[in-house]
Ligand binder design. Structure first.
Ligand code: SF4
Ligand code: F3S
Length: 103
């Protein structure tokens, strides 16, 4: 099992999660963070830290965030594999999260 970062993190990136993760398995791209499923030890510490509730356990992921399983797992193909998927998702779903610096 792992934890999964979802839509609310796009263009958001509070990074509170990064500070609590004991194994440093968050990885930051230009518009998003993912959790490397191979590194996550299911400690649960990050889930309550995200101010926009973007983090879920994979086995309790709401159906609407299912596309983010693929996006987080794409990290195993290299960091460059993640961002095109995030961009495609954001375009398709017209994601309009406010940027962090204007919140
Ligand atoms: Fe890191 Fe724990 Fe969150 Fe996994 S559950 S991403 S190990 S803080
Ligand atoms: Fe993103 Fe939430 Fe972490 S917005 S960077 S998952 S604290």
């Amino acid at each position: 099992m792992t934890f999964v970062v979802t839509e609310a993190c796009i263009k958001c990136k509070y990074t509170d999660c990064v500070e609590v993760c004991p194994v440093d398995c968050f990885h930051e791209g230009p518009n998003f963070l993912v959790i490397d499923p191979d590194e996550c030890i299911d400690c649960t510490l990050c889930e309550p830290e995200c101010p926009v509730e973007a983090i879920f356990p994979e086995d309790a992921l709401p159906d609407k965030w299912e596309p983010f399983v693929k996006i987080n797992y794409a990290y195993s193909e290299g960091p460059e594999a993640v961002n095109p998927l995030v961009d495609a998702y954001a375009t398709e779903h017209n994601v309009q999260n406010p940027p962090l610096d204007s919140a």
